[in-house]
Design a protein around this ligand. Structure first.
Ligand code: GLU
Length: 448
C-alpha cells in the first residue's frame, strides 16, 4: 500500500467518529500523493505524515458557569495545538453546539496549511466549545468566557498560541476573554486577535476574511480572463465573513443576491442591502426574517419547510460563507446546470468532497477555503505584528497588505498546481504549496 493510503487508514482507525477530520485529511493527502511519492522513502523514514496528522497537543477541559436563573451549566472547552513548525499556534475559537473534538481537529488541520499559505510565520491551531452564545444574555456570555479563559490561559501566550474569533466568537467574546486573561496573568500582550480597536485590535481585521475572499476571487478570475464586474453572486451565511464578502463584491461591481442563516435564506434580486444586513445581524443579533420584513425586494425562504437553499438561484459565482459541508453534490449539480463560473470558499470546508470533485470535473473554477478565506488569519498575523511593535497601522496600510497577501496566495497555489502537472486544480495547488513549507520546516527541526 502506498504511504499516503497507509497514513489515511491509520487516521480513520485511530480517530473513530471524527468524519470531518477524516474528510480534511483525505482531501489534503490525495492532493499530496504526487509530492509524497516523489520522495516517499525519506518521508516514510521520518514518519513525516504520521507527525503531520497527529496534533502536537490536544486540550479538553470543563467549563462551568452560572446562568441567569442561578443554575450551573457545564460545557466542554477545547484547544488543539496542531503544528508549530513555522510559528506559534494560530487559529480561532468556535462557539457552537456542534463543536466536538473531531470538528476542532479538522479545523486545526486545515489551519496548518492555510496559515502556511499566508506566507506569515504562524503555526496551526483551533479551539472552542459546545457553548451556544445564541439567545444568551451578555452576562451569561461573560460568565462563560471568563470560565473558559480561566483554564485556557495556562496554555496560551503571545509567543506560544494566539486564539481568535470563529463562528460564535466575535468582538464581544474576544473582549471578555482578553479581560480575563489580563486579570489572571497581569500581561497586556497580543494573546488574542480580533480585539477591539481601543485595546490593541487592528483596523480592517473585521472586514479581512470577506474582503480577502473577494481579492483572491478577483485575482483568480482575472488570471482566467474574467472579472467580478457585472457578475451575479450567491452568498451563504450572514456572519462576519458573508457580510464583508457582500460589501467588497459590491465595491468591485458584482451583485450578491442571497444570504442565509441557520433557519432560512433570502433572495434579493435588487442586490443585498449591506447596511440593513449589518443592522439586523451585528446590532440586533436578529434573524433574516427581520431583513426580509424591512426590505420589499427580498423574498424569505424557510429551509426546513421548503427544503431549498441559495444554491438553486442562477448565479455566476457562489461564495459559501456559512459552515462545513453546506454545499453538497445536489447543490453542485444545480449550480452547474445554472452555468456557474466559479465557487470560492469563504467558510472552512463548506463543500463536500463529492461536490468539489464534480465542480472541478465540470470545469468550474474552485478555490478551497484554506486559500480563499486566509485573509482573516493573515490579518490576525498583522495584528500580532502591530502588537509586538506597539503601534497601529492605518486601515489603508492593513488593507493594502491584505490585498497583496491574497494575490500572492493565488499565484503561489496556481504555480504549485502547474509545477506538479495539475494546472487549474487549485485544491491540489493550495495543499501542495501549504504542505511544502511546513514539511521543510519540520524536516529542518529534526524529529520533534
Ligand atoms: N477563524 C478564522 C479562520 O478560520 C481566523 C483565525 C485567526 O484569525 O486566527 O481562519
Amino acid at each position: 500500500m502506498s504511504y499516503v493510503d497507509e497514513v489515511y487508514q491509520l487516521v480513520v482507525e485511530k480517530n473513530p467518529a471524527q468524519p470531518e477530520f477524516h474528510q480534511a485529511v483525505k482531501e489534503v493527502l490525495e492532493s499530496l500523493r504526487v509530492v509524497i511519492e516523489a520522495n516517499e522513502e525519506k518521508y516514510r523514514k521520518d514518519a513525516l505524515l504520521e507527525r503531520l496528522v497527529n496534533p502536537e497537543r490536544q486540550l479538553m477541559f470543563r467549563v462551568p458557569w452560572v446562568d441567569d436563573n442561578g443554575q450551573v451549566q457545564v460545557n466542554t472547552g477545547y484547544r488543539v495545538q496542531f503544528n508549530s513548525a513555522i510559528g506559534p499556534y494560530k487559529g480561532g475559537l468556535r462557539l457552537h453546539p456542534s463543536v466536538n473534538i473531531g470538528i476542532i481537529k479538522f479545523l486545526g488541520f486545515e489551519q496548518i496549511f492555510k496559515n502556511s499559505l499566508t506566507g506569515l510565520p504562524i503555526g496551526g491551531g483551533k479551539g472552542g466549545s459546545d457553548f451556544d452564545p445564541k439567545g444568551k444574555s451578555d452576562r451569561e456570555v461573560m460568565a462563560f468566557c471568563q470560565s473558559f479563559m480561566t483554564e485556557l490561559h495556562k496554555y496560551i501566550g503571545a509567543d506560544t498560541d494566539v486564539p481568535a474569533g470563529d463562528i460564535g466568537t466575535g468582538a464581544r467574546e474576544i473582549g471578555f476573554m482578553y479581560g480575563q486573561y489580563k486579570r489572571l496573568t497581569g500581561l497586556y500582550e497580543g494573546v488574542l486577535t480580533g480585539k477591539g480597536l481601543t485595546y490593541g485590535g487592528s483596523l480592517a481585521r473585521t472586514e479581512a476574511t470577506g474582503y480577502g475572499l473577494l481579492y483572491l476571487t478577483e485575482e483568480m478570475l482575472k488570471s482566467n480572463g474574467h472579472d467580478i464586474k457585472g457578475k451575479t453572486i450567491a452568498v451563504s451565511g450572514s456572519g462576519n465573513v458573508a457580510i464583508y464578502a457582500i460589501q467588497k463584491a459590491q465595491q468591485l461591481g458584482g451583485k450578491p443576491v442571497t444570504c442565509s442563516d441557520s433557519t432560512g435564506w433570502v433572495y434579493d434580486p435588487e442586490g443585498i442591502d449591506v447596511a440593513l444586513l449589518k443592522e439586523v445581524k451585528e446590532v440586533n443579533r436578529a434573524r433574516l426574517t427581520e431583513y426580509a420584513a424591512k426590505r420589499p425586494s427580498a423574498q424569505y425562504h424557510d429551509k426546513k419547510t421548503e427544503g431549498t437553499n441559495q444554491w438553486s438561484v442562477k448565479v455566476d459565482i457562489a461564495l459559501p460563507c456559512a459552515t462545513q459541508n453546506e454545499l453538497n453534490l445536489d447543490d453542485a449539480k444545480k449550480l452547474v446546470e445554472n452555468g456557474v463560473l466559479a465557487v470560492c470558499e469563504g467558510a472552512n470546508m463548506p463543500t463536500t468532497l463529492e461536490a468539489t470533485e464534480y465542480l472541478q470535473e465540470k470545469g468550474v473554477y474552485f478555490v478551497p477555503g484554506k486559500a480563499a478565506n486566509a485573509g482573516g488569519v493573515a490579518t490576525s498575523a498583522l495584528e500580532m505584528s502591530q502588537n509586538s511593535e506597539r503601534l497601529s497601522w492605518t486601515f489603508e496600510e492593513v488593507d493594502s497588505k491584505l490585498q497583496q497577501i491574497m494575490i500572492n496566495i493565488f499565484h503561489n497555489l496556481d504555480d504549485a498546481a502547474k509545477k506538479y502537472g495539475m494546472e487549474g486544480n487549485y485544491v491540489a495547488g493550495a495543499n501542495i504549496a501549504g504542505f511544502l513549507k511546513v514539511a521543510e520546516a519540520m524536516t529542518a527541526q529534526g524529529i520533534v
